[in-house]
Design a protein around this ligand. Structure first.
Ligand code: ADP
Ligand code: ADP
Length: 232
């Protein structure tokens, strides 16, 4: 369970302008094992919120808690331990490594070797439906397939939370369903708690349980997706 409690974040503007307020007093609660969506237009603060939850950025005020633990109080080893629970989808793949190699990279860093590594990579390639493309390079894939590889890589180390900032942005609409299906499988088959941001309400309707509607840095409403965004 992730709770965000009254976080605010501003960025210094250029030499003249006033600071940019990216998040104002944002609170939300993500239930363990759910697929949660932060929905809002460009500039609403989605990425900033995602980076705060990913422990990549510290809010100016307020706290992010993992299972009640105040992450603002963490440093050193405890911060690294908390970060290890997070799988952050980074769309920049290593272009010179194969699909399998990209998924294996976090396992290599953890010292997971041999058949154990191969089995884990095999399980994840199966989860994303790209087993037959294991030895291809990212450049040989479609954008939607590359996103699925990025999700598999984020899951490699077995995080309890998967974070994907605009997972279908820049993906052809015919392919976005297969990207979302992989996020849904991460939740259903691996038991991960999944948090996505998207400017697209239809993305949230397709996979999210709960959503927060973000506008100009503030949560307008949050709750069950059907209640807030209606049916498909
Ligand atoms: P979204 O992801 O919803 O498009 P962002 O979180 O990227 O929104 O941005 C929210 C606001 O904060 C925007 O006005 C953006 O320009 C500003 N912002 C975000 N990150 C930075 C940063 N590192 N430096 C300065 N301004 C930023
Ligand atoms: P590259 O050099 O292109 O990154 P590697 O041959 O180093 O690719 O493979 C990286 C990892 O992926 C290895 O740990 C290997 O165990 C695993 N791997 C390679 N092919 C497969 C496959 N078809 N199924 C599962 N795992 C694979």
């Amino acid at each position: 369970m992730i709770t965000v409690e009254n976080i605010s974040k501003s960025f210094a503007a250029g030499s003249t302008g006033a600071p940019v307020v990216a998040l104002r007093d944002v609170s939300l609660a993500v239930e363990a094992g759910s697929l949660y969506g932060v929905v809002g237009p460009s500039g609403a603060g989605k990425s900033t919120l995602a980076r705060c939850i990913a422990l990549q950025e510290r809010p100016d005020r307020g706290v992010v808690r993992f299972d009640g633990l105040n992450t603002a109080a963490l440093d050193g080893r405890k911060l690294r331990d908390a970060r290890r629970q997070l799988g952050i989808v980074d769309t920049r793949l290593q272009p010179e490594r194969t699909v399998a190699g990209n998924v294996a990279a976090p396992l290599e860093r953890l010292g997971v070797e041999g058949p154990q590594r191969r089995n884990r990579v095999g399980t994840l390639l199966d989860l994303i439906g790209l087993t037959r493309r294991a030895t291809q390079l990212p450049g040989d894939l479609s954008e939607g397939q590359r996103r699925r590889v990025a999700v598999a890589r984020a899951l490699a180390a077995g995080p309890s939370v998967l974070l994907a900032d605009d997972p279908t942005g820049g993906v052809e609409s015919e392919e976005s369903g297969s990207v979302l299906a992989v996020l849904d499988r991460a939740r259903a088959e691996l038991g991960a708690t999944v948090l996505v941001t998207t400017p697209d309400a239809s993305v949230a309707r397709r996979v999210c349980d709960d959503v927060a509607l973000l506008e100009r840095g503030a949560v307008l409403e949050s709750g069950n997706v059907l209640g807030l965004l209606g049916k498909h």
